[in-house]
Design a protein around this ligand. Structure first.
Ligand code: AP5
Ligand code: MG
Length: 216
């Protein structure tokens, strides 16, 4: 099963990805996570990406496509994968089609988590993440069961993403909203787009996702 998870910043891609990976056992490839790892390790690619991410801009397509191409060449993706946050524009979508066709693969489904942009600022500014395992929470909508303790790994150290500051969030949303409609049109024409109402409660969103994936 070769999947793409798309949706505006804060739509719930990472939250749903955590559940999909657990149930369907496919590698989760998040370009955002790859960039954040590289920034943390201060690699040349990380330093290059940081300049764009900190402003809420997209990292240049050549860099992003190269990273995905390298990742999809790894053998653990042979039986399926889930891309999260890639492709994000038409150049990337076409590059992905090319990469996959070179290895006789194709995209089986695109899950588009649809949320009104007006809701997203609050989702992003209220998000916090476990420093140990990366599990994502929200101050109001998805707090840990025991305050201050990660449900997944039991650690107590959380952080907020640099690009979740209100000044960056606005530009991130504007940039991504512009790219979103052409991508939705592209995958609708390809006959693989499935739109999920992302304004429901997290568990209900996942039920809708499960229904689509089990019917593929
Ligand atoms: P990336 O890390 O992909 O960020 P993003 O697209 O902005 O998306 P987020 O991770 O912020 O949101 P999400 O949809 O995963 O939401 P989450 O589940 O966490 O990319 C970061 C940056 O890297 C980009 O800005 C760009 O610069 C660069 N980049 C990445 N990919 C690129 C590419 N392909 N090309 C170029 N540049 C690229 O949920 C958000 C919050 O809401 C959480 O607190 C969660 O608990 C809560 N929540 C989730 N679901 C619900 C729900 N149903 N109801 C209520 N609350 C919910
Ligand atoms: Mg994410």
């Amino acid at each position: 099963m070769n999947l793409i998870l798309m949706g505006l910043p804060g739509a719930g891609k990472g939250t749903q990805a955590q559940k999909i990976v657990e149930e369907f056992q496919i590698p989760h490839i998040s370009t955002g996570d790859i960039f954040r790892d590289a920034m943390k390790n201060e690699t040349p690619m990380g330093l290059q990406a940081k300049a764009f991410i900190d402003k809420g801009e997209l990292v240049p397509d050549e860099v992003t496509n190269g990273i995905v191409q390298e990742r999809l060449a790894q053998a653990d993706t042979d039986d399926g994968f889930m891309l999260d946050g890639y492709p994000r524009n038409l150049v990337q979508a076409k590059a992905l089609d090319q990469m996959l066709s070179e290895s006789n693969r194709h995209v089986d489904a695109v899950l588009n988590i649809d949320v009104d942009p007006a809701v997203l600022t609050q989702r992003l500014t209220g998000r916090f993440i476990c420093r140990n395992c990366g599990a994502t929470y929200h101050r109001l909508y998805n707090p840990p069961k025991v305050e201050g303790t990660c449900d997944v790994c039991g650690h107590h150290d959380f952080y907020q993403r640099e690009d979740d500051k209100p000044e960056t969030v606005k530009n991130r949303l504007d940039v991504n909203i512009k790219m979103n409609t052409p991508l939705v049109d592209y995958y609708t024409k390809a006959g693989v787009l499935h739109t999920v109402d992302g304004e429901q409660e997290i568990g209900q969103v996942y039920q809708a996702v499960q229904k689509i994936l089990t019917n593929l």
